[in-house]
Design a protein. Structure first.
Lengths: 345, 288, 385
């Protein structure tokens, strides 16, 4: 089950403040990187929602965000719709596409689920790559940004655009939180722990999974339309499977099933990549080795590890005080979610 | 389009299937026993090709094709001792992630050692040229690829069904804990199978090199087709690997003949269809 | 190395005024240093650096390097960084056509001169040309267009075409098809193979063989070119179905990996290292000295000539974005590939083309120039500068 623990709230607040600070102090490219981090954070948040709480390790989340970006681009650059409306449409259509993919794929498990989602991601990639209407491999230019000048916000200013993205990320976080604490979210976690039991209880397992996948798709549609506006250009590369793979890596790097962890992971991954690529063209090597070290150090991820240590310390203290109930439950919860992680393939 | 055209295409499909079989069989055997997908398999294949090409440059093709599997197996041995073994208890996702990190690292290591330019590896004298069967001229080397794949299939099949080692591996695939209880050193079995899987990847690289190009991105490019093959066929089983390879090879080849504009999408549609009908692929191993 | 440039950029920010008076020209170099096109990125940079050494050793030029990763989105972000943060005076590089397309509106709007050193998409100096974008490499139709007549003149009337299914593949083949059909030839079959996903060209080659064509005309590059040429040869098609195409197929950068399979392939390119001229001989010699004996390629020559043009522009007094852009559109010089100049109507390079055959020489392979096609100007194609 998902708990918005004080630690998680604190980290989220800290992250938000750090973003705001960076937006106001960083140089031009620093703000661009910040925006990249925030949009990526939305994608990995959406992925954690399905992977960390539903065991649906999707390898098409990057591609789905790309679908959102393309839908936004079609409705604005091609059809001339208002960007705000287009953002809504992009989110809805991406959500609907995700629902279809979720429904079809949720019969499969583990690596088969990964591959089934990969297949859909690759289909979308090939379609976009070969569609002359969508510009094929050349991509599409001339994508507008949302115009909020009537309320005094200039989104062509990279700082203000970054802050808008940050606001969207926070909304997405609250949305994911709301889903996970709702009946639907609880059922989902139940399914992840024991699918047969849920089915025996009369739940429509496929529908529950598909619905959460669709809700995750809503976030992806939003993230995609933001990334299209950020670069103001899109190309099929957005849908490439390596992006989906990277998203998966980030989720696990940050801490699967913690919601806030992947956000931290996104920041860590992007900053690491940029720092390393300043020194060498062979940044793949360094990032790969760091990834291996992080995973070897404990599969909980960066935030997961922090949370685990704090929880362990708290549990000890509370045990001493002879009032073990609440804290124990929390640690139990944590180890449970890892059991789920291990069981699944 | 006479009959010889179709026989030619049939041979092309078989050749591609056998190449993919060589690649996927190592991956599927590792999965069958250890329950994790070694994403670095493609990178090991690329290393095999690079090693074969460098050795062949000074000592000839046959030396290259012999050294490559051993060299990659040694690398597999090192990887197993330092990474995979320690990750045995951390669950499949963590292992997948480690191998994902390995893709990144190995890609750049290849670039650092051999540079960005393509390496040359020509077909050896013995296998150059074509044979003529019933008016159809077909390259000898392509027959060689088919033969290597077939030999690998037969040897692995015999080893798994007729030898004691094979029986132990099958027991491990079915239930590794039970196998351990019966006195089988499962840990050593894992180690052995992992090295054999890596050697097969290296062999595939060496065999594919004269046919394709030896470039840094070859490992990443081959990963997805290999995964598709083993997932369609069902993970962990020899039968699955060969059936998956044949399906992939025939769909790609005849897709290119009949509907080239759909060739790139067709295999993914097929993958999705198979998984909808059979959520665990066509012939999954029992233990998987 | 990149760190140095960035450190320099930071110092520049701090001492802005001092630097402006020194009139340093900042060059933003946007090339792929990782990913599939890394080899081309390094090749172009080697050419560019040699060109600067040669033509402007005493010029005050500072280079800021960025890795484009050959990704249009990432490249656009990096280009914005070079322009808005590093405040470069001129940009160079760009290997992938998609990246060139992605950058077009931005550099045009920001009025920053961009000297393209590879990307061959027709539109960048055609329908969406810009006074700020010049090209020192080639355009897809420029290279392939003249081949239609040449192939027909060799007595070949039926051709089967093959190329990867993406923009460059289509543009190259369409340009050839147009002139070949105009000359009286017939394209009996045409195939676009999935880009970077095709491992086995066997099925396509078998189709070409049974199509009744007299030759194959093709465009492939990099790893695909190597696989294609090797597989073409393994089917023994050389005698019955000669292979022709745009010269990237047997580029000096890749031909050694193709080996004897490439012998006899006849292709066209704007540069081969065996062009016999003093200018080229000295270029080849210097390039080989710096690159372990490796001959330059059509990629490095584009970097070399771009550096040459930039040096000429700066020597002519250009020192900011506007004046560099204006000077570059008028540039004209003799380089390794012969006489070249920038077409003021489109900002594309005007250059001779070389039809060459890959032949054996000693242990290796070399390019034997069969014909020098007249200096060609790409059609304006809707461009009005």
């Amino acid at each position: 089950m998902f708990y918005q623990t004080p630690l998680r709230t604190a980290v989220l607040l800290l992250f938000t403040l750090a973003c705001i600070y960076a937006a106001f102090t960083a140089e031009y490219f620093g703000v661009e990187i910040l925006t990249e981090i925030i949009i990526l954070a939305m994608i990995v948040l959406a992925l954690d929602l399905v992977a960390g709480f539903g065991g649906m390790v999707s390898l098409c989340h990057g591609a789905l965000a790309g679908v959102g970006a393309y839908i936004f681009a079609i409705f604005t650059a091609k059809l001339g719709l208002h960007p705000l409306l287009a953002m809504g449409i992009a989110a809805l259509i991406t959500g609907a596409v995700s629902w279809v993919i979720g429904t079809i794929c949720s019969k499969t498990h583990g690596i088969y689920f990964i591959m089934a989602t990969l297949a859909f991601g690759q289909m979308a990639y090939s379609f976009v790559f070969e569609s002359s209407y969508l510009g094929g491999d050349n991509g599409m230019a001339g994508i507008p940004r949302l115009d909020l000048s009537m309320i005094g916000i200039d989104l062509f200013d990279s700082k203000q655009f970054a802050l808008l993205c940050l606001a969207c990320l926070l909304v997405a976080y609250l949305f994911a939180w709301r889903i996970l604490t709702s009946g639907l979210g609880r059922s989902l976690v139940g399914i992840m722990h024991n699918e047969k039991r849920s089915r025996a209880l009369g739940q429509n397992v496929v529908q529950i999974k598909a619905q959460v996948f669709a809700l995750s798709g809503l976030i992806l549609g939003l993230a995609g339309s933001l990334s299209a506006q950020h670069i103001m250009f899109i190309s099929p590369n957005l849908l490439s499977w390596t992006h989906s793979g990277e998203a998966l890596v980030i989720v696990i790097l940050g801490g699967l099933g913690t919601l806030i962890g992947p956000i931290i992971g996104a920041a860590a991954f992007v900053l690491l990549k940029h720092e390393v690529s300043n020194y060498t063209d062979h940044w793949h090597l360094i990032v790969g080795i760091i990834l291996i070290i992080v995973v070897m150090a404990g599969a909980r991820g960066i935030y997961g590890e922090i949370e685990h240590r704090i929880a362990k310390r708290c549990a000890k203290r509370v045990q001493k005080e002879q009032a073990p109930k609440q804290a124990k439950e929390k640690t139990k919860e944590h180890s449970l979610s890892h059991a789920g992680l291990k069981k699944e393939h | 389009m006479d009959i010889s055209f179709w026989i030619l295409q049939l041979l092309n499909a078989l050749q591609l299937s056998m190449l993919l079989f060589l690649l996927s069989v190592g991956l599927t055997v590792i999965f069958g026993l250890m329950h994790f997908v070694n994403l670095a398999h493609g990178a090991l294949y690329a290393l095999g090709a690079y090693i074969a090409a460098s050795v062949a440059a000074s000592m000839g093709y046959w030396a290259g094709v012999l050294v490559a599997p051993f060299a990659v197996a040694v690398l597999g041995l090192i990887l197993y001792q330092f990474l995979i073994k320690r990750m045995r208890s951390s669950g499949p996702m963590a292992q997948v992630l480690v191998t994902f990190g390995l893709i990144f690292a190995l890609l750049d290591i290849t670039r650092l050692i051999w540079g960005d330019l393509a390496l040359a590896l020509d077909v050896p004298e013995l296998l150059a040229g074509r044979v003529s069967i019933g008016g159809i001229e077909y390259p000898v080397y392509r027959f060689f690829v088919m033969a290597v794949g077939l030999v690998a299939l037969v040897v692995l099949h015999l080893m798994l069904t007729k030898t004691q080692l094979g029986a132990m591996i099958r027991a491990g695939v079915d239930n590794d804990k039970m196998a351990a209880c019966l006195g089988i050193n499962v840990e050593r079995l894992f180690f052995l199978v992992f090295c054999v899987g890596c050697a097969l990847a290296g062999l595939a690289g060496a065999v594919a090199a004269p046919l394709l190009s030896v470039v840094p991105e070859m490992g990443v490019d081959i990963l997805i087709p290999t995964l598709i093959v083993i997932v369609i066929g069902g993970l962990g089983s020899l039968k699955g690997a060969i059936v998956g390879s044949l399906i992939y090879g025939f769909v790609q080849t005849f897709g290119a003949v009949f509907a080239p504009q759909l060739a790139s999408v067709m295999i993914y549609v097929l993958l999705a269809l198979v998984l909808v009908m059979r959520p665990s692929g066509l012939f999954p191993a029992k233990g998987g | 190395m990149k760190k140095v440039a960035i450190a320099a950029a930071l110092t520049l920010g701090a001492f802005n005024v001092a630097n402006v008076s020194a009139e340093t020209v900042k060059v933003g170099m946007l090339l792929p240093y990782s990913g599939v096109y890394a080899a081309l990125g390094n090749e172009i940079e080697a050419g560019f650096n040699l060109g600067l050494q040669e033509f402007g050793p005493d010029l005050d030029i500072e280079i800021v390097k960025e890795d484009s990763e050959a990704d249009p989105g990432k490249s656009l972000a990096k280009a914005r960084k070079l322009v808005l943060q590093d405040k470069v005076d001129v940009m160079t590089g760009i290997v992938s056509s998609a990246v060139a397309g992605a950058l077009r509106d931005f550099v045009h709007g920001a009025k920053v001169p961009l000297m393209v050193t590879n990307a061959g998409n027709d539109s960048i100096t055609g329908s969406s040309c810009s006074p700020y974008i010049s090209r020192f490499s080639f355009s897809n139709s420029q290279v392939n267009g003249p081949m239609g007549q040449w192939v027909y003149d060799q007595g070949i009337t039926k051709v089967y075409t093959m190329a990867p299914d993406y923009t460059a593949g289509h543009e190259m083949i369409e340009a050839f098809t147009k002139t070949f059909e105009a000359a009286g030839g017939q394209v009996v079959g045409s195939e676009y193979t999935p880009f970077r996903k095709t491992k086995d060209f066997g099925p396509y080659l078998a189709k070409a063989k049974s199509s009744g064509a007299e030759a194959i005309y093709t465009f492939y590059a990099g790893g695909e070119a190597i696989s294609f040429v090797k597989q073409y040869d393994s089917f023994g098609l050389k005698s019955s179905l000669p292979l022709m195409g745009s010269g990237f197929l047997t580029s000096p950068l890749y031909v050694n990996a193709e080996g004897p399979a490439a012998i006899g392939v006849k292709t066209v390119l704007h540069y081969v290292p065996t062009i016999d001229s003093d200018m080229n001989n000295s270029f080849v010699q210097k390039f080989q000295q710096l690159n372990e004996g490796r001959s330059p390629s059509e990629y490095s020559v584009a970097g070399y000539d771009a550096a040459h043009a930039l040096a000429l522009a700066i020597k002519g007094g250009a020192d900011d974005r506007e004046s560099i852009a204006a000077a570059i559109s008028k540039v004209s010089f003799t380089g390794p590939r012969g006489e070249v100049h920038i077409d003021p109507a489109s900002n594309n390079i005007v250059q001779p083309l070389y039809v060459y055959e890959t032949v054996a020489e000693g242990d290796g392979l070399t390019q034997k120039v069969l014909a020098q096609l007249p200096t060609t100007k790409a059609p304006a194609d809707g461009c009005s500068l």
